[in-house]
Write a protein that binds this ligand. Structure first.
Ligand SMILES: [Zn+2]
Length: 96
């Protein structure tokens, strides 16, 4: 009866995307999402907002962690460079 190829559980009774439906759209390459999901997304503000919310959460988590480590490493390198410069200055002053 149904001609849609995707598995069950992508749309709920109301026709809105389920969690796995949203995941399918997020994972699909641009323009390659299943037609039924794409058509519903184009007309449903609620699902658009849910999709944007999942996209934001997925972007935030991987970006925040490496930057924290990079900043910490930069601070430590600057501190180390300052200590080396101080040590060299003291050595020069004592040697005189
Ligand atoms: Zn919807």
């Amino acid at each position: 009866m149904s001609t849609t190829p995707q598995g069950p559980g992508l749309l709920d009774e109301r026709g809105c995307l389920t969690a796995s439906g949203l995941a399918t759209v997020v994972r699909a390459p641009v323009g390659k999402a299943p037609d039924e999901l794409a058509v519903h997304l184009a007309s449903c503000v609620r699902c658009q907002e849910r999709l944007l919310a999942t996209g934001r959460e997925q972007e935030r988590v991987p970006r925040a962690r490496p930057q924290t480590w990079r900043n910490l490493l930069l601070v430590l390198m600057a501190l180390l460079a300052g200590l080396v410069a101080l040590g060299m200055t003291l050595a020069i002053l004592n040697g005189r």
